[in-house]
Structure formats: C-alpha cells, structure tokens
Ligand binder design. Sequence first.
Ligand code: ASP
Length: 481
Amino acid sequence: MKKLALHWKIIIGMVLGVIWALLSSYMGWSSFTIDWIDPFGIIFINLLKLIAVPLVLFSIISGVANIGDPSSLGRMGGKTLLIYMLTTVLAISLGLFLVNTVKPGKLIDEQSRIDNRINYEIWADSQGHEIKDGINYLKDPEFFERAQEISELTKSELKEVSLADKMETVEKQKESSPLQPLIDVVPENFFFSLSNNGLMLQIIFFALFFGVCLLFIPNEKSQPVLTLVEGINSVFLKMVDLVMQAAPFFVFALLAGVVSKMAGDDIGKVVEIFKGLSWYSLIVVIGLVLMIFVIYPLILKLFVKKISYKGFFKAMSPAQTLAFSTSSSAATLPATMECVEQNLGVDKKISSFVLPIGATVNMDGTSLYQAIAVVFLAQLHMIDLTAGQQFTIVITTTLASIGTAAVPSAGLVMLIVVMNSVGLNPAWIAIIFPVDRILDMLRTVVNVTGDATVCTIVADGENMLHYQESKDPSETFEVES
Ligand code: ASP
C-alpha cells in the first residue's frame, strides 16, 4: 500500500484536533484539553524553535562560505533582498486595493461608527495628533452630548495591562535615535542574541559576518571550520526529520489547545466573535488566498519556466501545512528548507542563504494583513486615510515586516508601529485580536510560500535549480534506517 504523505497525516491531525476541541467544549472538558493535551502542542513549537535558531546560524555560515567568492555573494544578496522587497510591496498593494474597494469597516452599523469616531477624536486631541481628514464631530452640536458620555469611557480604554505593556515597549523605541533599528542589528554580545529568540536579525548579521570572514582566511584554516559547521548543520536537519515524524500527533494537540482556548466551554462564543469581524476576516483571507494561488504562481511562471503550478504546491505542501498549524515561519524554517532542497531541487548553497534570511525579513502575508487591518480600523472609526497616509502604510508595513519576529502573533504586535505611523490609536488592535490566531495561521502559510518562491527564482537565476517533476514529496522527512 502506498504510504500516506506526511502533509496528509498533518492535515488529518489538524482536523482531529479541531473536532476534539469542539467536542470537549460541548462536553465541558475544555480545561482538561488545555491542561493535558495543549502542552504537547507547546512542546512541538519549542522543539522546532530549538532547532531553528542554530539552523539559521550554521546554514547561513555554510551557505555564505560555500558560495566561494565575495562578489557573487554580493550579487546574490542584493538580488535576494530586492525580490523580497518587491513581493512585500506587491502584497501590501493588493491588501490596500482590496480593503479600499470592499471597505469592510463601513459595513458596520452607523451608530457604532459615529461613537468610534468621537472616541478617536477625543484620543487624537489628548495625544496632540492632527486629524487629517478635516472632519470634526466634537465641534458638531449634534454630537455634543454623546461626546461627553463617551469621553468618560475613553479614559478606561487604555487600561488593558498586556496591551499597555506592549505599547510601552514600542513607545520606548520611538524615543530613541532614528538609526536605532540599524544599531539593534549589530550585537554587542553574540551569546545574548542566541539566548533571545527574538534577536534573529543579530544572528543573521553575525552569521553573514562570520561566513564572509571565512572566505578571506587561508583555505587550510577555513576548511576544517566549514566541515565542522556543515556536520553540525546535518545534525540539526536530522533532528527535524525525527521531530516531523511525530508532527501529526503534535499538530493534533496544538489545534485542540488553540481552539479550546478560544471556545472555552461555549462554542457559541467563537461563532459570535467571527460574525462581528467576518467582513474584515474575509478580506484578509481573500488577499492571502490570492497571494498563494494567483500572485506567487504568476511570479514563478514569469521567472521560472520549469516548475509547473501543481508541481510547486506538491513540493511545498508539507511546509505549508506545518506553517498553518504552528503559525510560525521560524518554527517552519527547517521544513521549508527540506521541501525547497529535496522537492524543488534548489541547491543547498542558495537555500541555506536565502531561506533563513527570508524567514526573518520577508513576510508578505503579514504585511498584507497589516495593511488591511489598519485601513479597516480607520474605516471602523469613520476616518478617511489620505493618499499620503496610505503611502506611509506601504513604507511602515514593509519595514515592520522586517522587524516582525517569525512567531505567532508577532504581526499583531508590530501593527502598533504601523498604527502609530498614521496617527491612529494602537489600542484598537484589541478589536481584531479575537480572530487573529486563525488569520495568523493563514498569513504564515503565505510568508513561507513567499520565501520559497523567491528562493526558487534566485536559484534559477544562478543556475542552481535542479527540479524533477516526478519527485514524490511523501518522501520528505523520511528517516533512513
Ligand atoms: N506568525 C507569523 C510568522 O511567523 C508572523 C505574524 O504575522 O504574526 O510568519
């Protein structure tokens, strides 16, 4: 009998996880699921992240050192960053187009939007933000009483503790020098960067620096280091193989936990939450689906002729299903690398350089979602963003996606920066928070697919793509005995 491919097993695990969560919510067993099943999902993510950090380090070092000469490294690096940037801007433009055309925020009832608007004006006033669309409800006698009632409520709005903490961090960032993001990329103590998962950009910086220096020292000295680095890399890849064998079970636990936490012992709650935010969620989902099924295949068709539409999805499906279930491109990175190398035939020299960087700096799904979220929240508060403000969104979401850590919900936190850049109240992210996890799962699939697409294009451009249509992806993560 033909063995079931791993991604099918993972999908079955996911479906069973959701069914279990719904059943346990119905039967009132949610706390059992959260106490005894969910921890295995957390263990799974921890295992993948445990592998991802050293894998980024060692694979970039070996990728850079294997490229051999610094000038082709420079050319390839430049090309990689440029294409990453282009796909991100494309994703943001698509997001802005959809949200400005459908206007999901305007589909909410008029009275709540007027209240929202008054709230916004009170807040903008207190923060000294200029209101750019020239409307002023606070000065309108018709809304005077309502404004007074609402101003009392507004004062308590920012009291939500975790949100306030996150905002404080971002505020601190704002106060520092404009070159602070650049300063933050250069570590003063590399071991500190390693022990803080969030400092991936510092790890990439160190790995590039180390790899380049390896190119400039005599061969007899660099060779043993490189052999060691490659050996260590193989050990980490073997760890991925082993962990992935258990992925279907882990994914069951992960999904059971996520859904149980949302539903508690009342499934109806989930349905209610989704109803209120259904238009917004739908637009995000349409944007993400278009990226995966239309934009990336088109880009691939344009630049890489030898890979068929179906072939690409077949090759990437194990990584895509994993991205969906873990909501983390960093945790998915080892799987993305295996799929790209084994199933698409991208040379290791390219993938080990392009993918770890992509997992950190390229997040097309996240930036598309952020663009839609900001404009949706503005619409919900009756704010018409000017063309200049929409342009600011393009710039800040591009930069925010570079700074977003490749872990669950990071995109939501970075949304605070984008909201600030156009003078909107960052506390509004609480509005879209309830549906964030499911959208996070989908945008992570886009993030990972985008990295793989760019990696394939770069490999083809360098003549390092050896694709074979017949390759069976069910053999990905096969453990040799
Ligand atoms: N979860 C996403 C990722 O890891 C980041 C985000 O959008 O929250 O790719």
